[in-house]
Write a protein that binds this ligand. Structure first.
Ligand code: CA
Length: 379
């Protein structure tokens, strides 16, 4: 089998009610670069790249596309190494790797469709047939009702069946952050799991101080407390706090994760399959994490394709540590309005009582709806 073409579709939808995290007013639109790879055997695979979609498309079309055409999709890691070594003088990390991730995911989708098996059966097998999902939301929308809106949204997720929630913090006022997290914990009760995500807005002492104050609220983890470049700082925060510290959505490739994992700078690493180098590379990152006693719980933020790829990867991740009643790695199921996540697959990935079934159809286990693709396509 040979690749005949690589096409990038930039999809975009408008966000009706803009929301923000500690990073600022980022979200007035949702966009994704969707990668479609066709073959001479009529099999088509789909992938997705994280981050600025037009940049991903340009990198793929000008740097990668011609080197993928004519290749055998089963040589997925050979292609990976070739593309990485082609680009690394100009981009060891970031958007070049996100673009590579979309190609890697599409090639795995093709392999799965060619052999009639879901991707997780090709990368080690099903450690689980369903995954526990946590709802990511509780961004900042109405600056006059920050506590109230967080409580209302958390209660909505509990009403929908979620048993775990991740909320945003980083309001420039740690007392307000603490009050908001405490109000959500109070509203959802002690049995729904809760995590916080600061999108790397704190200094080391700010993170340690707020972390200590939040410890009595029984949090699953404190995500991205400080800037991703500051590995020494992560070591300090992680050692200082009893609760788990997480991060890694801004790290890329096995080399990018090597230092944070070997130094146990985080308790939980969160590679994104659409950013960190695809399914091939995230498996290597997960293996390295396992060898160092660090948990791997992938980050996810995108369309139905990225979500499906994340679920396939999660299904094949072992419990760390294995136990009689293990606490398996959870799926980040982001809940802000996004038609690309909810409608791009003909059979969308959904949760019931906080559980997502791992699709067992071939490849990523979803079928892309061409009409929806065309509806949101802007380039
Ligand atoms: Ca995050």
């Amino acid at each position: 089998m040979k690749v005949t073409n690589v096409t990038c579709h930039v999809l975009q939808s408008k966000v009706e009610q803009p929301f923000t995290s500690a990073r600022g007013w980022l979200y007035t639109t949702r966009a994704s670069c969707i990668v479609e790879i066709t073959t001479d055997e009529g099999i088509t695979g789909w992938g997705e790249c994280y981050g600025p979609a037009m940049v991903n498309k340009t990198i793929i079309e000008t740097q990668y596309r011609q080197r993928v055409i004519g290749r055998d999709p089963f040589d997925v890691e050979v292609v990976w190494e070739d593309l990485y070594n082609r680009i690394k003088d100009y981009g060891l990390t970031g958007m070049t790797i996100a673009a590579l991730s979309g190609i890697d995911i599409a090639l795995w989708d093709i392999i799965g469709r060619a052999v009639g098996r879901p991707v997780h059966k090709l990368i080690g097998g099903a450690h689980r047939t369903e995954v526990q999902a946590y709802a990511t939301g509780l961004y900042f929308i109405d600056m006059d009702r920050l506590v109230e809106e967080a409580v209302e949204e958390a209660e909505e997720y509990v009403g929908q069946g979620f048993r775990a929630i991740k909320m945003k913090i980083g309001l420039g006022d740690p007392k307000l952050d603490l009050r908001r997290v405490a109000a959500v914990r109070q509203a959802i009760g002690p049995d729904v799991k809760l995590a916080v995500d600061a999108n790397h807005c704190f200094t080391v002492p700010q993170a340690i101080r707020l972390g200590r104050a939040m410890e009595e609220l029984d949090l699953m983890w404190f995500e991205e407390p400080i800037s991703p470049e500051d590995h020494d700082g992560y070591v300090e925060v992680t050692r200082a706090l009893d609760m788990a510290v997480a991060g890694g959505e801004n790290d890329f490739t096995r080399w990018g994760f090597r230092d944070v994992i070997a130094r146990k700078a985080m308790d939980i690493v969160q590679p994104d399959v659409c950013a960190a180098g695809g399914i091939s590379e995230c498996r290597k990152i997960a293996a390295m994490a396992s060898a160092h006693g660090v948990e791997c719980v992938p980050h996810a933020w995108g369309s139905a394709i990225g979500l499906a790829a994340t679920v396939q990867f999660l299904a094949a991740l072992p419990d760390t540590p294995p136990a009689f009643r293990p606490m398996p790695p959870m799926l980040e199921f982001e809940q802000t309005p996004n038609p690309l996540r909810d409608h791009l697959a003909k059979e969308p990935i959904v949760q019931q009582r906080g559980i997502v079934r791992v699709p067992d159809g071939p490849g990523l286990g979803i079928e892309v709806d061409r009409a929806v693709l065309d509806q949101y396509k802007v380039a």
